[in-house]
Design a protein around this ligand. Structure first.
Ligand SMILES: [Ca+2]
Ligand SMILES: [Ca+2]
Length: 129
């Protein structure tokens, strides 16, 4: 009888551990790509912050103000895995995505992960006349 309880307790512990891991995993991806100020929305403010961070770190060569997580959230455009830095293309993509997805409410606008795979000129040419 004691063995059954021991087994039941270890199963419950395992279930709780798995549950805790699931919670942790979702907490890590709580912010959507592009949401660098982590307020739950991807908008022009995020594009502006990415542009500012690029100017501060790359142009003015001053210390970064973004955390690693913010850089990862803001680095939406990295066609060659070598460029893992923030640049103007990241800011542009976030801004155009916000305009098409939220301002124009285009129902064909995909998630930002897919949006960045389409050349920016195509979005701008097709939707921002
Ligand atoms: Ca935001
Ligand atoms: Ca980039």
């Amino acid at each position: 009888m004691k063995k059954i309880w021991t087994k039941a307790i270890s199963l419950m512990t395992a279930a709780l551990t798995i549950g805790a891991c699931t919670i942790n995993a979702s907490a890590e991806s709580a912010y959507q790509l592009g949401d660098v100020d982590m307020n739950g929305y991807v908008n022009a403010e995020d594009a502006n912050k990415v542009l500012c961070e690029y100017l501060v770190t790359e142009v003015m060569e001053m210390p970064a103000t973004f955390t690693e997580e913010q850089v990862a959230l803001g680095n939406v455009y990295h066609p060659d895995k070598v460029n893992e830095k923030l640049d103007t293309m990241d800011a542009n993509y976030i801004l155009v995505y916000f305009l098409i997805h939220d301002v124009m409410e285009d129902p064909d606008c995909p998630a930002l992960e897919e949006f960045v795979k389409v050349p920016l000129e195509k979005w701008a040419g097709g939707n921002l006349k």
